[in-house]
Design a protein around this ligand. Structure first.
Ligand code: GLU
Length: 297
């Protein structure tokens, strides 16, 4: 019996572009080539960053690309109760604390590997008098989290030195991605996470939360992230072009090439069904470049 369960978890901040298409194609082919299920999760937990209509548009584009998902779509916007329950469990273990710091108050802190400020622990032992709690952070200790990524190899991170106590409930009242992703990967029974390497530095935080909450740790495979000529990750902010729904095969073929797969021949002009037949028969994760980023075509 095959237990592989993969997923694609887009944030509806804009239409599907080449960078997100790579994550969709990589996670889809890895799941399907192993006879597994491919689930979808809409990571709509951050309304200020979302674009109206983007979630529907992403689904439409996936369908136009011939990528059907298994089961019901999970919407993070409907999952607050589960996030609240997870936070309550950490509270019961005394692993979280309220934090009153504004960004300005910690702006002098060092930067971690993902460019975020390392929290200096100001509120760790209680709020200074007169301070009002804003966010909730989880305590981290000086332990190195280590895991083996299928593509990126051994990854190690000292959470205390490189990240610091991190936010689980934001000052604007929204749950943080790091908490939501571990709760939802478990709820969807995900055994294998395939996503862009821009999230590689977040993975030790997620493994740490899984351990605290007694949740299973899936296997991880981080694909090279697509970057533009300036080395920036493709995103709405960098004005990445949407995937063409009327003619998706050229972009799909480019995604395969980006992922190091066998020469495409004439597949750019192949009908969709023929493209997928070829892609499934030829997919080999061993061929993916073992780097964190690559220039987009
Ligand atoms: N929602 C995230 C994104 O679109 C991906 C999260 C994940 O795959 O864990 O970048």
């Amino acid at each position: 019996m095959n237990h592989y369960r993969g997923r694609f978890a887009p944030s509806p901040t804009g239409p599907l572009h080449f960078g997100s298409l790579v994550a969709a194609v990589g996670s889809y082919l890895e799941a399907k080539s192993r006879g597994g299920a491919w689930l979808l999760r809409m990571e709509d937990l951050d309304p200020p960053r979302e674009q109206p209509g983007a979630a529907e548009r992403i689904l439409r584009t996936l369908e136009a690309c011939g990528m059907g998902w298994d089961g019901e779509i999970m919407y993070q916007s409907k999952r607050s109760a589960a996030y609240r329950a997870a936070l309550a469990r950490l509270e019961a273990q005394d692993m979280v604390y309220p934090c009153a710091c504004t960004r300005r108050e910690i702006v002098d802190s060092a930067l971690g590997p993902d460019g975020a400020l390392i929290y200096p622990g100001t509120c760790r032992d209680g709020l200074a008098p007169g301070k009002t709690p804003r966010a909730i952070r989880v305590r981290v200790g000086h332990e190195t989290i280590e895991f083996e990524d299928t593509v990126q190899g051994k990854v190690r991170q000292d959470l205390a030195a490189e990240v610091g106590d991190f936010v689980l409930l934001r000052a604007d009242g929204l749950y943080a991605y790091q908490l939501a992703v571990v709760v939802d990967d478990t709820e969807q029974g995900i055994t294998d996470v395939v996503r862009g390497a821009d999230l590689l530095d977040s993975t030790p935080r997620q493994i740490y939360l899984q351990r605290l909450l007694g949740l299973p740790t899936p296997h991880y495979l981080h694909l090279p992230a697509a970057v533009n000529a300036a080395g920036e990750k493709l995103s709405k902010q960098t004005r990445a072009a949407p995937v063409d729904e009327r003619d998706p095969v050229p972009a799909l073929a480019q995604a395969m090439k980006f992922l190091g797969q066998a020469p495409l021949g004439d597949l750019c002009r192949a009908p969709l069904a023929e493209f997928w037949e070829w892609a499934l028969a030829n997919w080999d994760a061993q061929r993916i470049a073992r780097v964190r980023s690559l220039p987009a075509p």
